[in-house]
Design a protein around this ligand. Structure first.
Ligand code: HEM
Length: 426
């Protein structure tokens, strides 16, 4: 039996924004850029391993990850998105002028969670996603048109950060002119809450987040008085009662919180997976060539990329009472980092787990989109965009390759894992 240890000497969150331990922060960056050796050690250990860099117990084996995701009463999602950095008071004051800050689907438990999830499941049903695919195809083609004659491109800025925002923006019902500001605001929210910025940088990031929230508030108020056939209207309806002359203030906050969460969940993750998928397909040349000859393998290639190097490496859970997991006793209130990315390299489920192989027999048994009550509601939408992207690139740029002189660095993040930049030539 492995005993619970008290918290280590590290505290990474403190009002004022900076990580207290610079050395710890550097180690966290290293871990985030390449978490796989840490995962391997945690999978091989007896019981659970506490990782100071993550300030949490690392849940790394497939069976243990599934057990946590099944036992929703014992492992709460309330802290699923716990920030790594607490913003400085001046940045918090800027955020105070915005909207949102209410619990959302991914940070709710029990009956409230089911209530918040239901409209999203309806809005992202297979039929509604299928109806969005022609638009995704049209936009993917137009984005490739923009650089196909250039002989080279930085794919993250020219394509990967753009397609998912345009697609989820259309489903939500945003004015296309507002999409770049909303995409930028999402990225800045991640920086503010997960990267150590100097105070002036935090204030600037908070201003960008608030600008995004005002756009979403405008959209929510408009849909209350002028409903349309879009997801924003459904979200507003799910948080409000009809009959007021305009959307009441508390419901404006709620609607913005849900819209912001959905938009961020919908574009940053998909952007990230587009980047890693193209990186690994081009980094394993024979598989790229196979895909050019056999487009029927595209869905399997997308699943393998999601398994091998997923965008969302893990989310947090907190114990609601003393529990035993993998033989380790945990007290109530213990933080766990539930690593989908580690489970996806578990040899007991995936033979040769560290090999990227698009011809696997059962590629879809991975946990890249979660599992159980909180499983990703947008998985099908993400998959379709990935398939469209890989189809478009293999068809129109068959000689695509990684630019040899531009080595790839991964972004230091556990929630949107992707290359910082992806320079390609043909
Ligand atoms: C490659 C892209 C994506 C990846 C890797 C991904 C991954 C995940 C994972 C692992 C979870 C489970 C979180 C947990 O258990 O706490 C999740 C939940 C969620 N995802 Fe995705 N996702 C992606 C795309 C999308 C898209 C396109 C949307 C929306 C259009 C979306 C919306 C959501 C929402 C709302 C939840 C919360 C569900 C709940 O708590 O019940 N995701 N996602």
């Amino acid at each position: 039996m492995v005993r619970h240890h008290e918290r280590g000497p590290y505290r990474r969150r403190r009002p004022g924004g900076h990580l207290v331990e610079h050395e710890l922060h550097d180690r966290l960056d290293d871990l985030m850029r390449d978490p796989y050796p840490h995962y391997a050690r945690a999978r091989a250990a007896q019981g659970l391993v506490r990782v100071p860099e993550l300030d949490a117990w690392l849940v790394a084996r497939d069976a243990d990850v599934r057990e946590v995701l099944r036992r929703t009463a014992d492992f709460s999602s309330a802290g699923a998105l716990r920030p790594d950095v607490m913003p400085a008071p001046a940045a918090l004051a800027v955020l105070g002028g915005g909207f949102g800050g209410r619990p959302v689907v991914v940070t709710s438990d029990g009956e409230r969670h089911q209530r918040l999830r239901a409209p999203l499941v309806r809005a992202l049903s297979p039929a509604r996603v299928a109806a969005a695919v022609p638009y995704a195809r049209e936009r993917a083609a137009a984005l490739v048109d923009g650089f196909v004659a250039d002989g080279g491109v930085e794919l993250m800025s020219a394509y990967a950060t753009r397609l998912p925002g345009e697609v989820i923006g259309r489903i939500v019902g945003l004015d296309p002119a507002d999409v770049p500001l909303v995409v930028h605001g999402g990225r800045r929210a991640e920086e503010l809450l997960f990267r150590p910025l100097p105070e002036a940088g935090q204030i600037a990031a908070a201003e960008d987040v608030v600008a995004m929230q005002h756009v979403l508030d405008r959209c929510a108020r408009d849909r209350y008085t002028h409903p349309r056939e879009d997801l924003a209207t459904e979200i507003v309806a799910s948080v409000s009662e009809p009959g007021h002359p305009e959307l009441p203030l508390e419901q404006r906050h709620e609607a913005v919180a849900h819209l912001q969460n959905l938009l961020i969940a919908g574009h940053l993750t998909t952007t990230a997976l587009i980047g890693t998928t193209v990186l690994h397909l081009l980094g394993h040349r024979r598989q790229w060539e196979l895909l050019r000859e056999r487009p029927d393998l595209i869905p399997a290639a997308v699943e393998e990329a999601a398994r091998y190097d997923g965008a969302l490496q893990g989310f947090r859970r907190t114990t609601t009472r003393p529990v035993t997991l993998a033989g380790t006793e945990l007290p109530a209130g213990a933080d766990l980092f539930v690593a989908f990315g580690a489970a996806n390299r578990d040899a007991s489920c995936h033979p040769r787990p560290d090999t990227f192989d698009i011809t696997r027999d059962t590629p879809a048994r991975h946990l890249a989109f979660g599992f159980g009550a909180h499983a990703c509601v947008g998985a099908q939408l993400a998959r379709e965009q990935l398939r469209v992207t890989v189809g478009e690139l293999t068809r129109r740029l068959p000689d695509l390759r990684l630019a040899a002189e531009r080595p790839v660095t991964m972004r230091p993040t556990m929630i949107h894992r992707s290359p910082e930049e992806l320079h390609l030539t043909w």
